[in-house]
Design a binder for this molecule. Structure first.
Ligand code: ZN
Length: 218
């Protein structure tokens, strides 16, 4: 089974992809992880990525497609994969479709996890972590048991990521919607898209996606 997981930053794509890949015994392909792995392994495409990153440039679609292509050829990808973080644009979706076609593979479905912007802003801007041990907390969902004291290490200093502020999150969401709406239309036209309510709790979302996947494989 081969599927794509779409969703805005903060929608929990990574968590869902990890759980579902395990349950269905298929690969979780995160493009970020694949890029890092290719660099670490020193493959020809990894060396190209390293070059690009050292120059401070963005890795091009061609390179990402080459990396996905190499990874999909490996024996452990035979039963399928969940792509997380790619494609982000219609051009990337088209390149992916060409690649799969060349290999005689089909894409079975595209799952779009939908979360309201206000909820994403609350999720992301509420995040903070212990300055000492890195334990993660949230203003609304998960504060330390004793106010101002880290549950894990007893530390009393907490930090927030600079890019987790409202303005930055809003502009990331704006960019996401600009790119993703056409992508969702693209896969809707191909009759591959299923929308999943990302406002439900994490376990319910997993079950809903698992149900869609079971329907396809069954
Ligand atoms: Zn701590």
């Amino acid at each position: 089974m081969r599927l794509i997981l779409l969703g805005p930053p903060g929608a929990g794509k990574g968590t869902q992809a990890t759980r579902l890949a395990k349950r269905f015994n298929i690969l979780h392909l995160s493009t970020g992880d694949m890029l890092r792995a290719a660099v670490a392994a020193g493959t020809p495409v990894g060396l190209r990525v390293k070059d690009v990153m050292e120059r401070g440039e963005l890795v091009s679609d061609d390179i990402v497609i080459d990396i996905i292509s190499d990874r999909v050829d490996e024996p452990d990808a035979a039963d399928g994969f969940i792509l997380d973080g790619f494609p982000r644009t219609v051009a990337q979706a088209e390149a992916l479709s060409v690649l799969l076609e060349e290999k005689g593979l089909t894409l079975d479905c595209v799952i779009a996890i939908a979360v309201k912007d206000e909820a994403l802003i609350e999720r992301i801007t509420g995040r903070y972590s212990c300055a000492k041990c890195g334990a993660g907390y949230h203003d609304v969902y998960h504060n330390p048991k004793v106010e101002g004291v880290c549950d894990t290490c007893g530390g009393t200093e907490f930090i927030r990521r600079a890019d987790d502020n409202v303005e930055t999150v809003k502009s990331r969401l704006l960019a996401y919607h600009g790119q993703t709406v056409p992508l969702i239309d693209h896969y809707t036209l191909k009759k591959l898209l299923t929308n999943v309510d990302g406002m439900a709790n994490i376990d319910d979302i997993t079950e809903e996606i698992a149900g869609v996947m079971a329907g396809i494989s069954g």
